[in-house]
Design a protein around this ligand. Structure first.
Ligand SMILES: Nc1nc2c(ncn2[C@@H]2O[C@H](COP(=O)(O)OP(=O)(O)OP(=O)(O)O)[C@@H](O)[C@H]2O)c(=O)[nH]1
Ligand SMILES: [Mg+2]
Length: 219
């Protein structure tokens, strides 16, 4: 008897994620999967990014939460297409959930699709969605030991945004250690120190993301 349930689930997910990615490539859409612990600032980053780049690129958003629609409501106020996935208990979004959400989104002319994953520092890193890049946030109140304790998300991500730098005077966050440990896990990680509250440091993120979107063309 073959017992390989977890690998089968991941393989099935990889297949669906590859189909999602093929759809994005066909339409010239650049897709990012934003991950972090609960409350690190994902929706705040989505809001800032839409405000900064929304005039230049048509943007659509998929919001993932265990329940509720408040994040989708925040994003909808910016006047862009958004759909909420409620996982009903699951601690991550998977490729099939994204596939389902795409059918409710108007993707016409969309150049950037942002997927905000469920707040969780572990499981979202294991499930591909069809994204071109995984982007993670670590917020300063969480502590600088997180790369060492939760290495997978740092390993899988292309970009690490260290958020809530405005709180550095009030929290014990060793920035040098966080950067060093994250780069030891993934030496290709692009790291930006940002504050979504006062918008400091976000230009580097906007520049990186704009470059990625511009290099994505319709097939
Ligand atoms: N001081 C400070 N607060 C921030 C910053 N970014 C976000 N916040 C606050 O942190 C809280 C959580 O922010 P969200 O953007 O909702 O975080 P999230 O990661 O989307 O949360 P979940 O979707 O619940 O996982 C809110 O009260 C934000 O106003 C920041 O740079 N500095
Ligand atoms: Mg959120």
């Amino acid at each position: 008897m073959k017992i390989s349930v977890v690998s089968n689930i991941l393989e099935a997910n990889d297949r669906i994620a590859a189909e999602n990615k093929a759809l994005f490539d066909e339409r010239g859409i650049y897709a990012v999967n934003i991950m972090s612990s609960p409350g690190a600032g994902k929706t705040s980053l989505v809001e800032k990014t839409v405000e900064a780049l929304g005039d230049r690129f048509r943007i659509a958003v998929i919001e993932g939460d265990i329940q509720d629609t408040c994040d989708a409501e925040r994003v909808a106020r910016l006047g862009i297409p958004v759909v909420q996935i409620n996982t009903g208990g699951a601690c991550h979004i998977d490729g099939n959930m994204v596939r389902g959400a795409l059918s409710s989104l108007d993707l016409d002319g969309v150049r950037l699709l942002i997927v905000e994953n469920v707040g969780n520092l572990v499981c979202p890193a294991e499930f591909k969605l069809g994204e071109h890049a995984k982007v993670m946030l670590l917020s300063t109140p969480e502590g600088a030991d997180k790369p060492a304790k939760y290495p997978l998300m740092f390993q899988e991500s292309s970009v690490l945004l260290i958020n809530k730098t405005d709180l550095l005077p009030y929290v014990d966050f060793d920035m040098a250690k966080a950067r060093r440990d994250a780069l030891a896990i993934n030496r290709n990680l692009r790291i930006f120190e940002i504050s979504c509250k006062n918008a400091e440091g976000l230009e580097g993120w906007y520049g990186w993301l704009s470059g990625e979107i511009e290099s994505t063309r319709k097939r």
